[in-house]
Design a protein around this ligand. Structure first.
Ligand SMILES: [Zn+2]
Length: 194
């Protein structure tokens, strides 16, 4: 078996509207403002038709400086692992030039804000990413209510990460996060892992 594409890089590029949004974002010092940006990314992805109803962003914990953004690119890139959280973590690590966002070796701690509770894969990515906190909008139940499968995320999975120093805060701006999920369903968006 041969494949002419074996040597070709896989492109992970943000939609231009998301780049524009990131370029105009102010530092977000509160947890609410950080999740609100993740939700704005999720909403943009739905309204622009560029992917699933999920957005995420990485910030410097102390200053609120935006380090990276991510949106769900599963459908547009034909790639099941390109969830918003994974995309945001990949761009954050490229920005730092490091495979870890932990402090140290990074000079400051980093926090991941996401519009919806991480699925099983993203929880794993969070574990390896080096972020110290995860700020969550909509809950796992909210995602499952519109038909998305979050996979094997168990209470003990979260406790495992918490025992290793990662803090989770759920339900921030939940109503607005849930509204994006409902809007996606109203528009008939595909459930690629439902
Ligand atoms: Zn995920």
């Amino acid at each position: 078996m041969s494949d002419a594409n074996w040597g070709t890089p896989i492109e992970v590029a943000l939609p231009s509207w998301a780049v524009a949004l990131a370029n105009t974002a102010s530092p977000c010092r509160t947890d609410e403002a950080r999740v609100a940006l993740a939700i704005a990314l999720a909403r943009g992805n739905v309204e622009h038709g560029t992917g699933g109803p999920f957005g995420a962003a990485v910030f410097e914990e102390a200053t609120g400086r935006l380090v990276s953004v991510g949106v769900n690119l599963v459908e547009t890139r034909d790639n099941a692992v390109l969830h918003a959280e994974v995309v945001a973590l990949m761009f954050a690590q490229r920005a730092l030039g490091s495979y870890t966002l932990a402090s140290p070796p990074a000079p400051v701690a980093h926090v991941l804000a996401t519009s919806c509770a991480p699925c099983a894969m993203c929880l794993g990515a969070v574990h390896w990413s080096g972020v110290s906190r995860v700020l969550i909008g909509a809950t796992r139940d909210d995602a499952m209510a519109i038909g998305f499968d979050e996979g094997p995320v168990f209470p003990e999975s979260v406790r495992y990460l918490e025992a290793r120093g990662i803090t989770f805060v759920e339900g921030i701006e939940r109503a607005s996060a849930r509204a994006v999920l409902q809007r996606y369903r109203e528009l008939g968006g595909p459930l690629y892992n439902g």
